[in-house]
Design a protein around this ligand. Structure first.
Ligand SMILES: [Zn+2]
Length: 452
């Protein structure tokens, strides 16, 4: 029988998502327990045994498992229950009402990532209802705290209950959205993410009166040089396997991209020149590729001064630095300190604020093959490509423990009256009903293909 969209579960998956959106899990504070309990009750009704874990009061996560014969490794369907804040005044609907209109489910978390939670729950139910004979366990975990770093959610569970949540393979957020190219859709699978290095630089000076600038030694002038130096720094280009495959796949059947991307792949040192040229016709794409080729340093906070006529004795800036898989925080810190030395060797203080190592999974696995095969059953001429995200997800905790993790919520570009919608963390976040059904169908078939 040819592969088909599971239109019959449309109402059920919409219902799940609406209910989840209506439970406000804005983090901070999170309050994910309510959502975890909702899922647990919903799944209990179909004979699942769910377990609830709280890292702190109201910070709940839920886990359930479908047993397999043990012939195949464990697969985890991972999602997070918390969402970022939404300012209702900026929205055209109530962000926590779970409104359905114009073919979309609207609300905070529709894309990031209660939509995928609903899809994963639906997939678990279908596996059970249809009596799919699994060769390995399929685990579902919907966790707390991803938006604040995951320490009270996925990381907490992995540290305290590895036997409940660890899996050789993990499907999570971060990828799946198709990139429309000239002749076809290219579906992305997130196989890698950059690491985070947040740091602060404090510039010291000698205070003085604002009316006599040369008597003082102005910390603001000093931090200004630091911002210039680090903010404009362009580090060496480095092509990690995921990005190489991405550029090759995106350009494969696109006449406009084939030439620049082939040139870039052959001469990474000319990347900026090539992307500057590409930006003239495809600015968005060029600027999406650029930070995937190198470590970046961005100034994000600046503080200093107390009064109009006082030259302050210190001033500080916070930087958001993102490093590629294969690069190490310690080395990057060394490089940053060397740059600071060039500005001033005595009056600058470096302080590291937070570090998360980058992570990457291979694309050469049977799970990746299953994903590609299923996508091509739904859409024969589509492309499939590994992708690196510049932001982080909970996948990093699992990759650190040796799991193969893919960010994969299969979606077509969201179109609304001719325009592509992309609103994670933004206003009017929404997911099309078409993508809810498509996502459920592709994920269900993928799990079936991979686990039987
Ligand atoms: Zn997310």
């Amino acid at each position: 029988m040819p592969i088909q969209l599971l239109k019959e579960v449309e109402d059920e998956v919409i219902h799940l998502l609406r209910d989840l959106i209506r439970i406000d899990t804005t983090n901070p504070p999170g309050n994910e327990t309510k959502a975890a309990k909702y899922l647990s009750e919903n799944l209990d009704k179909e004979g699942f045994k769910c377990e609830l874990f709280e890292s702190a009061p109201e910070r709940g996560s839920v886990i359930t498992r479908l047993k397999g014969t043990g012939e195949k490794p464990i697969l985890l369907l991972l999602s997070h229950l918390d969402v970022v804040a939404a300012n209702a005044e900026e929205w055209s609907v109530d962000p926590f009402a779970g409104v359905v209109k114009d073919g979309f489910v609207w609300g905070r978390g529709a894309l990031d990532m209660k939509g995928m939670t609903a899809i994963e729950v639906m997939v678990m139910k279908l596996l059970k209802r249809n009596g799919v004979k699994l060769k390995g366990d399929v685990v579902l975990a919907a966790t707390a705290d991803e938006e604040q770093g995951g320490l009270s959610g996925a990381d907490y569970l992995l540290r305290n209950y590895p036997e409940k949540i660890f899996a050789t393979y993990v499907l999570n957020e971060g990828g799946g959205l198709a990139v429309p190219t000239q002749n076809r859709n290219v579906f992305t699978v997130q196989t890698a993410e950059k690491g985070i290095l947040w740091f602060k630089v404090k510039a010291k000076g000698t205070p003085g009166h604002g009316s006599m600038p040369n008597v003082a030694d102005n910390a603001i002038m000093r931090i200004n040089k630091v911002v210039e130096k680090l903010g404009n720094y362009r580090s060496r280009v480095s092509l990690v396997p995921t990005v190489k495959s991405f550029l090759e796949e995106i350009a494969r059947e696109d006449t406009a991209l084939k030439e620049p991307f082939s040139r870039l792949l052959a001469n990474p040192e000319l990347a900026d020149e090539i992307l500057d040229e590409l930006a003239k016709t495809a600015a968005q794409l060029a600027e999406e590729v650029r930070p995937r080729l190198r470590m970046t340093i961005t100034p994000t906070i600046i503080h200093g001064g107390i009064k109009e006529n006082v030259i302050p004795s210190e001033c500080e800036t916070v930087f958001d630095c993102r490093i590629l898989p294969g690069q190490e925080s310690a080395q990057t810190i060394g490089l940053i300190k060397a740059l600071l030395e060039e500005v001033d060797s005595e009056k600058l203080v470096f302080e590291s604020l937070q570090m998360q190592e980058p992570s990457e999974s291979k694309a050469e696995t049977p799970l990746y093959d299953a994903i590609s095969a299923v996508l091509r059953e739904f859409e024969p001429n589509c492309g499939v490509t590994p992708m690196l995200t510049t932001g982080g997800t909970d996948s990093r905790f699992f990759r650190r423990k040796g799991s193969t993790c893919y960010g994969f919520q299969p979606m077509h570009p969201e179109m609304s009256s001719g325009k592509v919608v992309k609103r994670e963390h933004g206003t009017d976040e929404r997911i099309s009903i078409e993508n809810l059904v498509f996502g459920t169908s592709v994920l269900y078939e993928t799990v079936k293909k991979f686990m039987t």
